[in-house]
Ligand binder design. Sequence first.
Ligand code: OXD
Ligand code: MN
Length: 579
Amino acid sequence: MTTLSSLQSWVDQVASHTQPDAIHWCTGSDAEYREMIDTMLSDGTLTTLNEEQYPNCYLHLSDPSDVARVEHLTFVCTEQEEDAGPNNHWMKPEEGHERVDALFAGCMQGRTMYVIPYCMGPIDSPYSRCGVEITDSAYVVVNMKLMTRMGDRSLQRIEEEGSFVKGLHSTGDLDPERRMIMHFPDELAIKSIGSGYGGNALLGKKCHALRIASYQARQEGWLAEHMLIVGLENPDGETHYVACAFPSACGKTNLAMLIPPESLPGWKVWTLGDDIAWLHLDDDGQLRAINPESGYFGVVPGTNEKTNKNADDMIKHDAIFTNVATTENNEPWWEGKTDGAPAIDWQGRKFDAANGKAAHPNSRFTVAAGNNPSYSSLADAPEGVPISAIVFGGRRKELAPLVYEAKSWEHGVLVGAGVASETTAANIGEVGIVRRDPMAMKPFCGYNFADYWAHWLSFAERSNKLPRVFHVNWFRQSADGDFLWPGFGENLRVLSWIIDRCENRVTANETPIGFLPNPEDINTTDLNISAEALQALTSIDHDQWRAELESVGEYLKSYGDRLPEALRQQQQSIAAELA
Ligand code: OXD
Ligand code: MN
């Protein structure tokens, strides 16, 4: 129940359409979380994991057809198709509502409808935005409890503000033919049916905090981005905050929780967020970031004490695992785990390597951010943190050097627009295909990319102290397929160069694509990197880059007349320099 009539009448209307047996308004209390877990343990939605090794940890095995985002079933519904742009699947709002409402009719019969008021961002931050998710999934409720600030305090803010994003979700019958993830940005509304998977069902995350928020951010003059936020404290106690955009499953969580290598003594790393950043200019023109989320929904495979010790520690208690395998003694297991062996696979079958991987490649953990040993309490600061650098990156075997710096903000927008990466298991579809993923927002930008780039460019008119922009590539390989750079904690060496550049402490090598490090300025102490590998990581192949600029030009052309002239000019002048 609520005093806000627009919220009450929407809940009533949804209830009469979906016909649940009961309605539960979520308070967000720990007792409520416990009750929901118990209900799911008794109906088999969850099972308990080894209570000694993994206290308060649970396992959910989803329907095998429902293990990732579904970009082909995700729509942005705007009156004009061009407003959604070639980067989105589009439907007219009337048609979108009609199609999806038909699937919602009576879909909650025999189920409880949960009403989840939530706040994306610190409860008292002017940069935060609220929403209400209605769902028939208890799994969604407990995940939202770990991932967002939800319940009574959020409801209070919603009642005070009077506005909120309306998210309606039902797992429906999980039939992929009857699955749709619909966004109505002009109505600040989302309707998602037929999937219980995080990115499709935890509506605060991709649907609200990226697709709807990016649309709203353009109207209100800020940015909603697919970026981690991390604080890097050097041995002198100076902390810089950087925001990094990488496509899904390319190591954002690992970078956000990085542990400094022994050869960089005295450094500390603080996690603010691992997936989404909302960026605002403050009154002084400083770009500041908040993380709208308060928990992590991370990819499990590959996590171990070497790749991400913080994550490995934080998922040892109070975590929910989805689609991992289990060992004989009922501990969770995944590819890349350094102890134990799988006994039961992610589909609940006795493990047999002939059936494929034991854990699904997109299996996930959900934990509250406070579990993370490197959690920064500034993640709760209403004013957010000042951003010194924006870093784009992708998974590229060749072409992109280890790191380079854009020559200006406008050039940085082109660098972001040109991001390309190999596709991963985070979406249902082919894995390993290189595709353009501008600003790592291809699946998440709620409007036409051409307008989005114009919005990015407009920040240069509003501030003369914007962060510097960089591009990194941790995934460069030799002709034999070996990684040239060790990655993980060692990436701090690259971040420290980035900070040195921001502080004008090092010179760099100017090339047509941007400033590359002088090889001696990348600290490689104790790394077994050959001079040739370092040379390959810090130089460019002009022929490959000419082809790349041509391909970026072709890609930008597909946005037609809406493409901002300044972006076209950036592409042309770099192409001309390379020629
Ligand atoms: C995620 C994704 O889950 O990007 O964060 O798919
Ligand atoms: Mn993501």
